[in-house]
Design a protein around this ligand. Structure first.
Ligand code: 6PG
Length: 263
């Protein structure tokens, strides 16, 4: 019997055949949440994940039926994390999204809120990004963190998410919304949203594919709570659903009854 007080008990887990099916399902999720928000709000604030998994999703959003279903000029793009590299560096999360999504959709520059990974001082860049978020949401210096409409996240084989890596200082952060952090693999210097901000989101979706994630996914979803060692466990949105959209390879160790959809 799941402990209702364990907020992880609430996530929905969808297991699909392969990465393409995951991207398709995620594109539908982004589309339905965006169109729903834009029925009553003037803007849809979306936080993009980095890494390689979401590239297929971004390409589907830019090229599939979602292209005509979402009022893209009212969508504002933010990032969950960035590598401390130039925006045209192959390792840049912004560069990947620009090529797969932002350029094809001709998103106006005013709607693109990238993290300045190239800054000489990462801590200053983190504070600047927090200020940009505050300004975008019209918040004052003592206001609580805002709620993004949807945050997309990935997960590494070590259970990290965004640039929240196991046993790193960012996992202890209780005040700041954006901080510098170190990754165990190059590029080591990163900038990341913290759980302080991520957990205020109205909707959080993890996209996880590949057998290399299977062990971590089982530990995160079915193992004992240990968010410092498994940062993805630290993502427990207070204001809305937490969804995991995975392929069979990543979900292959899971015991729990999951929502198997698809072929
Ligand atoms: C990053 C991401 C990171 C990513 C995971 C999974 O900057 O790398 O934000 O958290 O989502 O490492 O990466 P893959 O999708 O490449 O497996």
């Amino acid at each position: 019997m799941e402990n209702p007080l364990d907020r992880r008990a609430r996530p929905s887990i969808t297991v699909l055949e392969d990465p393409r099916a995951v991207a398709r399902d995620a594109a539908e999720r982004v589309t339905t949440v965006a169109t729903d928000v834009l029925r009553t709000a003037d803007a849809f604030r979306l936080v993009l994940s980095g890494g390689s998994t979401p590239a297929a999703l971004y390409e589907m959003l830019a090229g599939g039926e979602a292209r005509d279903r979402i009022a893209w000029t009212r969508v504002h793009f933010f990032w969950g994390d960035e590598r401390c590299v130039a925006p045209n560096d192959p390792a840049s999360n912004y560069r990947m999204a620009r090529k797969a999504l932002l350029d094809p959709l001709k998103i106006p520059a005013s709607n693109i809120h990238r993290i300045r990974g190239e800054a000489a001082e990462p801590d200053a860049a983190a504070r600047d990004y927090e200020s940009e978020i505050r300004e975008h949401f019209g918040l004052g210096p003592s206001d609580p963190p805002p709620s993004f409409d949807l945050i997309l996240l990935g997960m590494g084989a070590d259970g990290h998410t965004a640039a929240l890596f196991p046993k790193t200082p960012a996992m202890e952060e209780r005040t700041r919304w954006v901080v510098p952090n170190r990754a165990p693999a190059p590029p080591e210097a990163r900038l990341t949203l913290t759980p302080v901000l991520i957990n205020r989101a109205r909707w959080v979706v993890f996209l996880v594919t590949g057998s290399d994630k299977a062990k971590a996914l089982k530990e995160v979803l079915e193992g004992p709570a240990d968010p410092v060692r498994l940062p993805a466990q630290g993502i427990r949105p207070e204001n809305g659903p937490l969804e995991w959209i995975c392929d069979k390879a990543a979900a292959s160790y899971l015991r729990r009854l999951t929502t198997e959809r698809g072929p």
